[in-house]
Design a binder for this molecule. Sequence first.
Ligand code: ZN
Ligand code: ZN
Ligand code: ZN
Length: 468
Amino acid sequence: MKYLKLVIVAFLFFSCQTEEDTIQKEEAFNQTIVQVTKHKGKSFQLPTTKFAKSTPGGGVLMQAFYWDVPAGGAWWNTVKSKIDAWSNVGINAIWLPPATKAQNGAFSMGYDPYDYFDFGEFNQNGSIETRFGSKTELLSLINKAHSKNIQVFADIVLNHNSGGQLEYNNYTNSNTWTDFINVASGKFLRTKEDFHPNNIHANDWGSFGGFPDLCHDVQNVKDWLWLRTDGVGKYYKNVIGFDGWRFDYVKGFSPSVIHNWNANIGGFSVGEYWDSNVDTLNWWANSANSNVFDFACYYKMNDAFDGNNLNILNEDMMWKRNPFKAVTFVTNHDTDIIWKKMLAYAYILTHEGYPTIFYKDYEVWLNKGKLNNLIWIHNNKATGTTSILYTDNDEYIARRNGYNGNPGLVVYLNNSNSWKERWIPTNWYNTQIKDFTGNSNWYPVTQSGGWVKIQSPPSSYSIWSVNM
Ligand code: ZN
Ligand code: ZN
Ligand code: ZN
């Protein structure tokens, strides 16, 4: 019965082919196939599989917050309530906002760090809990995530501090807000000696918003950030249970800081180096021995999808330069410029790099079923190196070449308002394929040379792989 169906489908398919198809196939032949990554084909994987399932495609990261999530100390519980569902659809890690007490206490999103050891347990800066909850609630969330094979990444602000008391500063000959002697945890006490300017440096690579700018060459700072057993890094990892790090504003200091942190602490690491220059991103990732957010990919997706020129997707991006050090994203808590988000998610979830899904896109704004389908495709089919098969203004077709018995996929993005179809060369021979998004109901069989015609719906996408 199954065989009969296949024959009928194949008959219908081949009988539909016209002379026009043949012409188009020959045109396609003239397209240069560009293999944009060259490596053995292994996918990005987290540094350890402890608390995370590894998949052929490498897993998906959830950014588990947005700017100004509801205050009131319930956020850790909200995230915890999502863990079962996220685990079931294939999320293998979550990124939390900075988890310790900041200057703005219960109202802060955490990027004005005050006491690195107050996870919502000391009454200071106006509250016991942070905006997100108590230490107990955070630990409960982390335990829940680990029990469901989800790693938890901490957001770490190392560039600046906020909320210190005024003290006389002989380096500036003025009073500065650099006295952090009275933090309630009693740990990582800081003074003017720990900030720029001091007796080591006038400044480092950058400061942020006038906040006291930490000097990472001061022994007290190095000790408390990554050297001491009870310091920030080791305490966060070994006592609180964080598995990795998202480093805020790494433009503000030398990449050697992150290099030192990673050498001493370990775990997954990604830096927010907000820059679209691929050379710079790649330099930073190599110097810091860290992943980096692929801002190049972000801006090029915006130009390509919103600017109606998918040829731009041929340009350089961090994931092409080093797919094992690129974290791709469509939106984050700071920036949201891409309108055609589903095309962008279809892009990052079929291509190389470690893709991030933004909480609000997933839980509020976009179609969850469609995102779940893309996450499944990523984890199960997005394997191997990448070759771009075809681009023009409104069409883009790329192939993941498969790895280790996994067949890979072909993704067809269509940014026009009509159906498109095209002959493409696959790595599959005399093989029936299908669109795993369900957007096309074709079940074509590839020719002996691997050629096959696929289609993609208006303002949408199709993603093809071996029908099995
Ligand atoms: Zn310094
Ligand atoms: Zn700095
Ligand atoms: Zn845009």
